[in-house]
Design a protein around this ligand. Structure first.
Ligand SMILES: Cc1cc2nc3c(=O)[nH]c(=O)nc-3n(C[C@H](O)[C@H](O)[C@H](O)COP(=O)(O)OP(=O)(O)OC[C@H]3O[C@@H](n4cnc5c(N)ncnc54)[C@H](O)[C@@H]3O)c2cc1C
Length: 532
């Protein structure tokens, strides 16, 4: 196939890719979008499992770059479900006429940089070759599905599904014996609905996760009208929050350690009733101090004991560690589902799933037989989608070599040795610890600004300086050490993927990150180097 030449190639057509394409086209650049899926939406295209919905409220979890768009779109629920979020992404693609620029069902397999031409050669699984000056990876933090390599999996005669690669037309579990492996966020959302449909559901749990009630409900027209009456101001205040959402949410700033037992109980109960992530805002020190955190964790464990009738099951479902250290889950009747006669919990913490057989799987020496097995085993987070491509920068150095001991970036946006390559919500940016739609908009606008600067300066390439990258990696690391986040085996650290280096990947604190980006811009993009 003949090589096609563009100013910019954007890989991925989720929220990040869509906005990036829109901005670069607006700058007059020739842009090509490449997307593995058959349509736009990214996360919301792939994750069609029952119960899939956002856990940041929809009024926050949406674009803010266009006021007409945010005014006209109507979210029907507090936390919208996957079909509605996908419909929104499709609406955005139509409204801003983005689809003609995107080639679907095309996976990028390699990207190699040429130091002489300052350009990237991008190859795909369809045999296309693109020659581009700028290469923007909008490939997603949670888009590389992780399925453990269970021995014998191919022998299993039943159906298997991964929550992150769910069939487009859904799955009917009526009358079937179903097994589900994993108890993270996707499992917690899907288990109540699969249990209601299947004849029998067995949940294999390695580690219990904390979940709080989402308290999802239809949108409140009065609350929506209030936000929409001054949406830009609401968004501005949201960006000042640690995770870039919920500026009007109540927050306890005081220490739980200073509260009496009765005050503690009252406050936790009040925040439990509010629903969702707000629970961790009950006091100011819950994520800073292990002793403070233990009070919140104890409260949730007491709730689990109240909700789950069988004491042994309640005990197994009660997480041991720090609440919020792994991503907190928000559910609708998750714990109560274990009171159903057709739901069984199998603890595989000591005796993991050993292998599959033709009829099911073996764990702890026992064979369980199933018609269907669901893998709710999550993602190779943050780095997976990048490292699954053969990306080579200066001197032919591959990204896999460069990141062998963990990801290294400057601001989560660029990688030293890989000029003109940008990563959206890359490791080292707030990414998965903040409202990600706000995060991708911020990155799209910043990448746009860096490219505009380069063009104004008549330069050929821009690259992160190695010293700036080293300092930034150190900053991200030191910052995480001030919190409780690195103290558990979470996917933020890569702990869910065997052999993955343990490095805390996200930058904690959206407002400080924004301030840093502003400072860098004010200092003529300090830390970035132009090449002529
Ligand atoms: C179930 C679920 C619920 C979530 N809920 C929330 C929430 O409530 N709030 C929140 O802030 N975040 C949430 N997230 C995180 C979510 O991923 C982001 O909010 C957001 O959708 C990311 O958009 P993106 O465009 O960066 O990446 P994605 O939506 O992941 O899109 C990346 C795209 O890149 C494509 N791609 C990857 N590699 C290649 C390749 N080599 N070639 C071609 N195409 C490629 C993928 O097919 C994908 O379509 C959730 C994630 C999941 C999985």
């Amino acid at each position: 196939m003949a090589t096609q030449r563009f100013d910019a190639v954007v890989v991925g057509a989720g929220f990040a890719g869509l906005y990036m394409i829109h901005l670069l086209r607006g700058e007059g650049l020739s842009v090509k979008g490449l997307e593995r899926a058959g349509g736009v939406g990214g996360t919301w295209y792939w994750n069609r499992y029952p119960g899939c919905r956002c856990d940041v409220e929809s009024l926050d979890y949406s674009y803010q770059f266009s006021d007409p768009l945010q005014q006209e779109w109507v979210w029907t629920e507090r936390y919208s479900a996957q079909p509605e979020i996908l419909a929104y992404a499709e609406h955005v693609a139509t409204r801003f006429e983005l689809r003609p620029l995107i080639q679907f069902e095309t996976r990028v397999t390699s990207a190699h940089y040429d130091e002489h031409t300052h350009r990237w050669t991008v190859a795909t699984d369809k045999g296309d070759v693109f020659d581009t000056r700028f290469l923007i990876m909008a490939t997603g933090c949670l888009s590389a599905a992780n399925t453990p390599a269970f021995p014998g999996l191919r022998d299993f005669k039943g159906r298997t599904f991964h929550t992150g690669l769910w069939p487009q037309n859904g799955v009917d579990f009526t009358g079937r014996r179903v097994g589900i492996i994993g108890t993270g966020s996707s499992a917690i959302q899907s288990i109540p609905l699969i249990a209601a449909q299947a004849a029998d559901l067995t949940v294999f749990q390695r580690t219990a996760n904390f979940s709080v009630p989402a308290r999802n409900r239809p949108s409140d027209p009065a609350a929506v009208a209030r936000v929409k009456s001054n949406y830009p101001d609401y968004r501005r205040r949201a960006r000042q929050q640690a995770a870039a959402f919920g500026p009007d949410n109540p927050r306890g700033l005081d220490s739980v350690l200073a509260a009496t037992p009765a005050q503690r109980q009252r406050r936790f109960e009040e925040y439990w009733q509010l629903g969702g992530f707000m629970f961790l805002g009950a006091f100011g020190d819950l994520m800073l101090n292990e002793a403070a955190n233990a009070y919140a964790a104890d409260f949730v464990r007491s709730k689990i004991r109240e909700m789950v009738k069988d004491p042994q099951t309640a005990e197994l479902l009660s997480p041991k560690g720090i609440i919020g250290c792994k991503r907190l889950c928000a559910d609708t009747h998750y714990y109560e589902t274990y009171n159903r006669a057709n739901v069984h919990l199998v603890d595989v913490s000591q005796h993991p799933v050993e292998r599959f057989t033709t009829r099911g799987l073996v764990a702890g020496g026992v064979e369980y037989t199933f018609d269907d097995v669901v893998f709710a085993t999550g993602f190779d987070a943050m780095t997976g989608s990048l490292l699954r491509m053969d990306i080579r920068g200066k001197n032919g150095v591959s990204l896999n070599e460069k990141w062998a001991a963990g990801p290294l970036t400057y601001l989560g946006l660029m990688i030293a040795g890989f000029p003109n390559l940008f990563t959206m919500t890359g490791p080292g940016s707030p990414s998965v610890l903040a409202n990600m739609v706000t995060g991708v908009e911020q990155h799209a606008e910043y990448i746009h600004d860096v490219i505009t600067w380069l063009r104004k300066e008549n330069a050929n390439a821009v690259e992160a300086r190695i010293d700036a990258e080293r300092d930034w990696v150190q900053t991200v690391n030191v910052r995480s050490q001030l919190t409780l986040y690195p103290r558990c085996n979470s996917w933020y650290l890569g702990a869910n993927v065997p052999g993955k280096p343990r490095v805390f990947m996200p930058y904690i604190g959206f407002p400080d990150y924004t301030a840093k980006l502003d400072d860098v811009r004010a200092e003529h993009f300090a830390g970035f180097e132009l090449q002529r």
